[in-house]
Design a protein around this ligand. Structure first.
Ligand code: FAD
Length: 323
């Protein structure tokens, strides 16, 4: 059944996040030949609309207001509900990001609809739309079949491929005036944690360290490998609890969920809570001194050895490949 599907573009530091393009890829499938309309919310963001078209959106609707410079659930839901009232979509797809996780349930409750959260794939099967999502911390997957009503889902970043960018594609980017009422939450200032390099949740390569790195300095070889591979550094909770690194790097059940093309686990035992955050990575390499470590059960390649010997060797070899 062809349907109109809205996606939400996410902007950070003046640029669209990758997940904005992935939601369009998912929406194309969910639309089953219908229209895909991307929504951009913010202030001074209209110029980004063309890129959403190049990634497959048929049309872009932009809501701009000074009150929307920073994300607030209040402001964004007012803007989005104005678009939804006008467009009357049959589907909504957001990223399962910090923003999407906050906003989607709010919109779902306003629309009195269901919500499929954290989907890792969407396909048309037997005349129905089927979403797959991990359950029990990634130990199993469930299929959600949408038979009727609004299709509303958040999709996990790095799982559904965006369409190839087509710079020759053009489409309408229109502005919509929304009457944004006074916000109950006003952001006075955003204080960002200093973070180096690539964003962990969107990185294609993640080098993660565990308690086996033994100290803050022990992360240095991992950072070097990450920089040679253009990746990000992550960590187990063991490493965070031991104060070797900041909790913003924690991967797992109570940390970030990552699905990079390559995940290199260094000195991480592979507790179930850690696996919940990385076991869907495309290729997993584990480096551990203990041949019995649980991490080897999920690894595609295992290296039994001391990470302080193995990681610099890998860095050296990858460096040679780059020149
Ligand atoms: P350890 O289990 O101590 O493993 C260290 C590993 O390093 C060992 O396998 C050892 O052989 C190896 N090693 C040591 N030295 C070297 C060396 N020189 N070279 C190579 N290998 C070496 N954990 C998470 O990671 N993320 C979560 O989100 C999370 N959430 C949790 C939520 C709850 C409710 C609970 C109860 C726990 C949670 N945990 C989480 C903690 C989890 O259970 C583990 O305690 C934690 O993952 C262990 O971290 P680790 O693997 O770094 O440490």
């Amino acid at each position: 059944m062809a349907r109109k599907v809205l996606t939400l573009g996410e902007v950070r530091d003046g640029a669209l996040r990758n997940v904005s393009f992935e939601t369009i890829g998912a929406a194309k499938i969910a639309a089953e030949g219908g229209e895909v309309v991307s929504v951009l919310i913010g202030n001074d963001v209209k110029s980004l609309g063309a890129e959403l078209i190049q990634y497959g959106a048929d049309r872009v609707v932009v809501v701009e207001d000074e009150k929307l410079v920073q994300y607030t659930p209040d402001g964004y839901s007012q803007a989005l509900m104005t678009v939804i009232d006008g467009e009357k979509p049959e589907g909504l797809i957001f990223g399962h990001t910090a923003l999407g996780k906050d906003l989607a349930p709010k919109i779902a409750s306003k629309l009195q609809s269901g919500l499929i959260s954290d989907a890792t794939s969407v396909e048309e099967a037997g005349g129905n739309l089927v979403f797959t999502r991990p359950i029990y911390s990634g130990k199993a997957f469930e299929k959600k079949i949408v038979t009727d009503g609004l299709v509303f889902a958040t999709i996990r970043p790095n799982n559904i491929a965006p369409l190839a960018k087509d710079e020759s594609r053009s489409g309408e980017v229109s502005s919509l005036q929304a009457d944004i009422k006074d916000l109950r939450t006003v952001i006075k200032e955003v204080v960002r944690k200093a973070s180096e390099g690539v964003d962990l949740s969107e990185a294609k390569v993640v080098i993660a360290g565990g308690r086996g790195v033994k100290s803050e300095d022990g992360f240095e070889p991992l950072k070097e490998l990450a920089s040679v591979l253009g990746g990000a550094v992550g960590a187990s909770r063991g490493a965070c609890d031991a104060e070797y690194c900041d909790y913003s790097l924690q991967i797992g059940q109570t940390g970030k969920v990552v699905t990079p093309d390559l995940y290199i686990a260094c000195g991480i035992s592979g507790a179930i809570q850690h696996l919940a955050g990385m076991s869907n990575s495309k290729v997993i390499v584990a480096i551990n001194k203990d041949p019995e470590a649980n991490i080897f059960k999920v690894a595609d390649y295992g290296i039994v050895g001391d990470l302080f010997e193995v990681v610099p060797m890998l860095t050296e070899e990858f460096r040679k490949l780059k020149v």
